[in-house]
Design a protein around this ligand. Structure first.
Ligand SMILES: [Zn+2]
Length: 123
């Protein structure tokens, strides 16, 4: 049996739904939801409500912890690369490319580079 994940919503147990009511017949309590998979907030929350409850309580500390922006970011030729693909009708296959949103330059990349989430030309 797969490991069950607990919803990380701080108020999950406060929502009165039948599926949260657990325990022995004479001592049921509303409990945090446990599921084999959760679909919100990268698999950490059972619902958008729980995701929002978490954000309301912790988002300021999370942003401070991971680095609050103090100046606007600028899109320029060094960080404007993004992945794209097009249909190559002569080869009947996809061709993968990096496009630069500023310079409009295009560079071919391999399918492996396209699928590699950490592959980038941005600096
Ligand atoms: Zn929840």
């Amino acid at each position: 049996m797969s490991e069950l994940k607990l919803c990380q919503g701080p108020k999950c147990h406060q929502y009165h739904t039948k599926d949260r009511l657990k325990g022995p017949k004479d001592n049921k309590t509303y409990q945090t939801r446990r599921r084999s998979s959760l679909y919100y907030g990268s698999g950490n929350f059972c619902s958008m409500q729980c995701y929002n409850d978490w954000a309301e309580e912790f988002i300021d500390r999370a942003v401070d912890h991971f680095g609050r922006l103090t100046e606007p970011k600028h899109l320029n030729e060094n960080n404007a690369w993004y992945k794209d693909y097009s249909w190559d009708s002569s080869y009947q296959s996809r061709s993968y490319i990096m496009r630069n949103d500023i310079t409009k330059e295009q560079r071919p990349i391999t399918r492996e580079q396209y699928n590699n989430e950490s592959y980038t030309l941005n600096s």
